[in-house]
Ligand binder design. Sequence first.
Ligand code: ZN
Length: 105
Amino acid sequence: MKKLHTFNPWQRPQAGMFRELLAGEGISCLVRNEQIVGAMGEIPFLECYPELWVVDDDVLPRARMLLEKWLKEDPSAEPWTCPACGEVLEGQFGACWKCGQRIDG
Ligand SMILES: [Zn+2]
């Protein structure tokens, strides 16, 4: 079993989504640190990072290639600039953390 990718804590839904997509390609994966979303603050921050693991080592190169392609295609991964206050935000955020402006206006 090999680690494919480490997600940021706010990318937790994406980790599950990519697991499903890879399963659709015949690649068995599992997500570690998936169920501890309610425990933030009680455990060391680093342990909250969801990790995507490929069960079969042989398909790791293919899984990595697919994941990189999907990550590039995912528009939500693009950083954006808040039109209201100019703050640059990670694409995973749907609203500005600084002033509350929504990405879709
Ligand atoms: Zn803003």
